[in-house]
Design a protein around this ligand. Structure first.
Ligand SMILES: C[S@@+](CC[C@H](N)C(=O)[O-])C[C@H]1O[C@@H](n2cnc3c(N)ncnc32)[C@H](O)[C@@H]1O
Length: 268
């Protein structure tokens, strides 16, 4: 599935809040009492701006962003010029394995695109060095109106055949599930769930938000079925009508509750 960095960049500030809350839970010392990690990996790094904040925080660490989207990495690449130890690699999360110096692994809003991650996580955690940190955040909003309405509209219209089985449930656990998984791997762990009340400006802001992420599989399927864009426009119009009812615009903007699941652990 192709990603569109420009669409993803809408709401950059709002989208980055969970990342900052996630990495705030990571604190040294790291391996052998060192104040800085040796290597930091960001799985599913996207356009790289958040990965660069890790390089700012730990300037002596090698910081590597991994992503399978060439479009996203094209945006990320120039950031490496400003950070001598920052690099980006094109690759699938499924193919990644921890190296012996990977003292910090961060993955923000990416593992829900990797259905096998609950099988991979125990292997990754077992392979990480002692004292290493693994910090992850995934969506917990599959049952929210934005996503339930997306599925309802997808199933009810001339576009339904093209969207059959395209919008699958996010393959994620709840916080307790990740807590158990991390603790079973010998990690001292905190897990939590947060609903951010994102205050969004403009017309149809929830549609604009999901266009950058959760709606992408549907948009890709509709684009394949009808490259003229007519079906996409009709589908989006029907979906926008339902979203306006679920998320009415108020005096300060549109409030979009945005639930996220976090787990952060340090290997004992
Ligand atoms: C919602 S974006 C999150 C980007 C970034 N972590 C952030 O917080 O802004 C999800 C990213 O995961 C990447 N991704 C999805 N599935 C992947 C996979 N199997 N392997 C590598 N990257 C993947 C996408 O290309 C996309 O850049």
């Amino acid at each position: 599935m192709r990603w569109d960095p420009a669409r993803y960049a809408a709401f950059t500030d709002e989208r980055s809040r969970p990342f900052h809350d996630l990495v705030a839970r990571i604190s040294g010392p790291f391996q052998d009492g060192q104040e800085a990690p040796r290597r930091v990996v960001d799985l599913g790094c996207g356009p790289g701006a958040l990965t660069a904040t890790l390089a700012d925080r730990w300037p002596t660490a090698d910081v590597v962003g991994v992503d399978s989207s060439a479009e996203m990495l094209a945006d990320a690449a120039p950031l490496a010029a400003d950070h001598p130890r920052l690099s980006f690699e094109l690759g699938a999360i499924e193919d990644w394995t921890p190296g012996p110096e990977d003292d910090v692994v961060v993955t923000n809003a990416a593992l829900h695109w990797v259905p096998s991650h609950t099988t991979l996580l125990p292997r990754w955690l077992a392979a990480m060095p002692d004292g290493a940190w693994f910090a992850m955040q995934v969506p917990g909003n599959f049952d929210s109106p934005s996503h339930a309405l997306m599925r309802a509209v997808a199933a009810d219209g001339p576009w339904a055949p093209a969207l059959d089985r395209v919008l699958q449930a996010d393959p994620v656990l709840d916080g307790a599930g990740y807590l158990d998984l991390f603790a079973s791997a010998g990690f001292a762990t905190v897990a939590w769930e947060t609903t951010y009340l994102q205050l969004l400006p403009g017309e149809d802001p929830v549609l604009a938000w999901v266009r950058g992420t959760g709606l992408r599989p549907a948009l890709a399927a509709l684009d394949t079925a009808d490259p003229t864009g007519t079906t996409t426009a009709a589908f989006e119009a029907a979906y926008a009508t339902r979203l306006r009812q679920a998320y009415p615009s108020g005096p300060h903007g549109t409030v979009y509750p945005f639930r996220r699941v976090f787990a952060v652990g340090r290997k004992r």
